[in-house]
Design a protein. Structure first.
Length: 435
């Protein structure tokens, strides 16, 4: 047990160092929209108050809107860290590193929660396989190194999943309900594309109570626990949506007001009515998915396409990552003899579907940006499904060996990407090309 704890601590320190390397190597504004998102923590650190979404200090010049219309809880920590950087007299051109450090923290917490989830769901070898799949996906490491809300959203989703597991084990005790409500409330203040986990969490809780033979008076029990969870979630997140409704004339999500500012201030070619496939010459889903290459672009960039979708990994490396879910599915279909329905994993699949659907919806109706990072909230559910596919058939030595060697492969490919793609592109391209 003590050895296991030290292994976990070593792993967390190792991941922390890896993410710091990404943070320092990738130059400022080489993460998608970093300059635009950076405006929010700057404003918070400077003024110590929440910005109005249309304030010129946070508005994006070419696009006309700002990210302050969306929930900004994930920017609080970057703002606090920036104030610390100012206190320590950090040069102005390096203050952004303090803001970036928040993303590193979010992702280290994600890895820690992944370890705890693995303890509850998998045997030791598959636990570490799951953790490695999460931690060493190049795109996960990339979103952990610049100012964004993707890392925060992934952390929130991971926390909700962990609380669902703990809640079920504790028969939805008061403490578990409070923590679940807290995790759901914070998730509501993360990123809209993470909201699928809120739906899945509600379904899972209701299903587990109804089917759990240890729980009596199910309707009364469910209502009492739901009141606790919903009450805590509302206390945590409700203030933001009430504030939006007040200052944006009833627009509690802020989306309509954001669109209104875009129509007023955006550059002519970036107006809302000129973005999205719905405004193209061929407004069909098939055109977007296939002819415009949405599927291909999202697949490759979910594994790793960096900068402003301009710095890709080699396709051969991406396909080695693609091989893992293919093997997992094949193992589950052909080698797992007893296939039984499991609501938890079914909802993990539904979470993936919802996240992909939201990404498709955004590209079709709002702004055609086929980027895998918009699917990152499904990272944990996807890796849970992949790991379960292997564990269901890892009864023999050969299968256990396969998981072990695939773990090594993922780590090697990730470090290869950091050195040859990221370091080689930004720091020393001559040396890497010569190598």
């Amino acid at each position: 047990m003590l050895k296991e704890k030290w292994e976990e601590r070593f792993f967390l320190v190792f991941i922390f160092i890896i993410l710091l390397l990404w943070m320092f190597i990738v130059p400022y504004n080489q993460g998608p929209d970093e300059f635009a998102r950076y405006k929010i923590p700057i404003y918070l650190a400077k003024h110590g108050k929440l910005p109005f979404g249309g304030d010129p200090e946070v508005r994006i010049n070419n696009w006309g809107f700002s990210y302050a219309f969306q929930p900004i809880l994930g920017y609080f920590l970057p703002a606090i860290l920036m104030r610390m950087g100012i206190f320590f007299n950090t040069p102005n051109n390096l203050i952004y590193l303090w803001a970036r450090f928040a993303s590193v923290i979010y992702s280290v917490v994600t890895v820690f929660l992944s370890i705890r989830i693995g303890d509850h769901l998998f045997n030791k070898r598959c636990k570490w396989f799951f953790v490695i799949l999460v931690s060493f996906l190049p795109m996960f490491q990339f979103v952990s190194c610049y100012v964004n809300l993707d890392a925060f959203a992934i952390m929130c989703v991971t926390w909700v999943i962990y609380q669902l597991i703990i809640g079920k084990e504790n028969l939805w005790g008061i403490k578990s309900c409070i923590l679940l409500g807290l995790s759901l409330g914070i998730t509501a203040l993360s990123y809209f594309n993470s909201y699928g986990i809120i739906i899945c969490a509600i379904i899972y809780c209701v299903y587990d109570v109804i089917t759990n033979k240890e729980i009596d008076n199910k309707i009364q029990f469910l209502l009492q626990k739901a009141l606790i969870v919903a009450g805590v979630a509302f206390l945590v997140s409700g203030w933001w949506f009430i504030r939006n409704a007040i200052i944006y004339n009833g627009d509690f999500l802020g989306l309509k007001t954001s669109n209104m500012y875009a129509e007023k201030y955006a550059r002519a070619d970036l107006l809302p009515n000129k973005r999205g496939i719905i405004n193209s010459d061929n407004p069909t889903l098939g055109y977007m998915l296939f002819e415009k290459g949405w599927i291909r672009s999202v697949l490759y960039s979910f594994v790793g396409t960096f900068s402003y979708m301009t710095l890709p990994m080699e396709h051969a490396v991406s396909w080695l990552f693609f091989l893992i879910p293919i093997l997992s599915m094949g193992n589950y279909i052909f080698r797992t003899k007893k296939k039984s329905f499991n609501m938890f994993y079914f909802l993990m699949f539904i979470m993936c579907v919802i996240t992909i659907a939201l990404n498709m919806y955004y590209s079709f109706f709002s702004d055609f940006q086929p980027q895998g990072r918009y699917c990152m909230p499904m990272l944990i559910p996807l890796m849970l499904l992949i790991t379960k596919g292997f564990e269901s058939s890892t009864r023999g030595v050969d299968q256990g060996s396969l998981v072990k060697h695939l773990s090594y492969l993922v780590v090697i490919l990730s470090i290869y990407t950091l050195y040859f793609v990221i370091y080689g592109h930004y720091i020393n391209p001559e040396f890497v090309n010569g190598f």
